[in-house]
Design a protein around this ligand. Structure first.
Ligand code: 5GP
Ligand code: MN
Length: 350
């Protein structure tokens, strides 16, 4: 029923590694999201089922709204446990890299990964993968790494043995990376996979509530505050949101509290491009999140901010600045895209 998209030679190669090797490390990108954590944990449980020693390491803390995922307590934060993590990386037989395309997406961990003698496999859905891994399973047409991982696990012959825990981790990433199946989600096979996951007794309604109805009151107050500062630029079909360190302090911000804010202005009738500028709490940067609807390639804009990503969801950063200055800089860059924004909007008004 499912189209075979993964090169069978790569599946065979990984099968050989499964037989030969014992120590596995799984990593995903900095500021891990539902797809990064979901795919990492699904693979973790699969490798545990194969009786491997598995360590999941994230470059930094993951958001609280994913803490309920089975196995999340076993995730090592590279920021806190740098030394232990470095040993795990150096001693690994196989390092599985999930949901990122270039090693610079794992920050300080990148060099350790590069130096490690371990075999490396990359499973990802971002464009232009860096050729650092021995097995590269890169499918940008896939809605999420979790969808791709599902296909991979099936190719490995695991569907029959897959349990509710693994299915739930996969479903979570598929759901979050498509905004609850509201974008990148027109492929009928996506819903075939969802159906196969439901057969494994995933409680999809519960997953939705765990992810989306699990906020603190202060998060909602913070959202109100951020929205009240929204700047709408009708001539550019664009809206900008900002979040300062001061606001974060006032509303007891914790990692992930602003997840999803960037999508909200897309609810405005004539807006097809949104930008969210957040002063980072850990580094002296302003993190930029971009979203678009339709053909406007927000990843091209992200490249101007040392970033990248997908056509409709991308990000980058600005060094040594604040949200206000970043907003000014963003508007300067936006000027270049005015005609393209108008063209895209006129071609596909909402
Ligand atoms: P978010 O806005 O949720 O942080 O990121 C959305 C998407 O943009 C990510 O899935 C990733 O593909 C991309 N992205 C975000 N930040 C960066 C960055 O700093 N560099 C690159 N290359 N991509 C990023
Ligand atoms: Mn993803």
């Amino acid at each position: 029923m499912l189209t075979k998209i993964i090169n069978p030679e790569l599946v065979t190669k990984f099968k050989d590694w499964q037989k030969e090797y014992k120590q596995f490390v799984i990593i995903a990108h900095t500021n891990p999201d539902g797809d990064a954590i979901g795919s990492s944990l699904a693979l973790y449980h699969y490798l545990k089922y194969l009786r491997k020693n598995v360590c999941v390491i994230m470059p930094n803390q993951f958001p609280d709204f994913l803490r309920w995922l089975p196995g999340a307590d076993n995730i090592m934060n590279y920021d806190y446990y740098t030394d232990v993590a470095n040993i795990k990386i150096a001693d690994a037989d196989v390092i599985c890299c999930l949901d990122f395309n270039k090693l610079n997406r794992v920050d300080e961990m990148a060099e350790k990964i590069r130096e490690s003698k371990a075999k490396k496999v990359l499973i990802d859905h971002h464009l232009d993968p860096e050729q650092f891994a021995d097995i590269i399973i890169s499918h940008p047409e896939q809605s999420s790494t979790c969808e791709l991982l599902y296909r991979f696990l099936c190719d490995l012959g695991y569907y029959y043995k897959m349990n509710t825990i693994v299915a739930t981790c996969i479903y979570t990433g598929m759901m979050t990376d498509t905004g609850g199946f509201t974008y990148n989600s027109n492929n009928p096979e996506l819903f075939f996979i969802v159906s196969m996951l439901l057969q494994k007794h995933v409680d999809k309604d519960l997953v939705y509530r765990k992810v989306n109805y699990n906020f603190s009151a202060s998060r909602l107050f913070l959202q109100g505050q951020v929205l009240s500062g929204m700047e709408v630029l009708p001539d550019y079909h664009t809206a900008i949101l900002t979040l300062t360190r001061e606001q974060q302090q006032k509303y007891h911000y914790s990692k992930g509290d602003s997840e999803g804010f960037v999508n909200i202005p897309l609810q405005i009738k004539d807006v097809i491009f949104t930008c969210f500028l957040r002063e980072d709490t850990e580094k002296d940067i302003v993190k930029i999140s971009l979203r678009s609807i339709g053909e406007f390639p927000c990843n091209v804009v992200a490249e101007e901010f040392n970033g990248g990503g997908h056509k409709n969801a991308s990000g980058g950063e600005l060094q040594k600045t604040d949200a206000k200055m970043a907003s000014i800089r963003f508007k300067e860059v936006l000027e270049k895209y005015k005609s393209l924004l108008t063209e895209c909007f006129n071609q596909h008004p909402k």
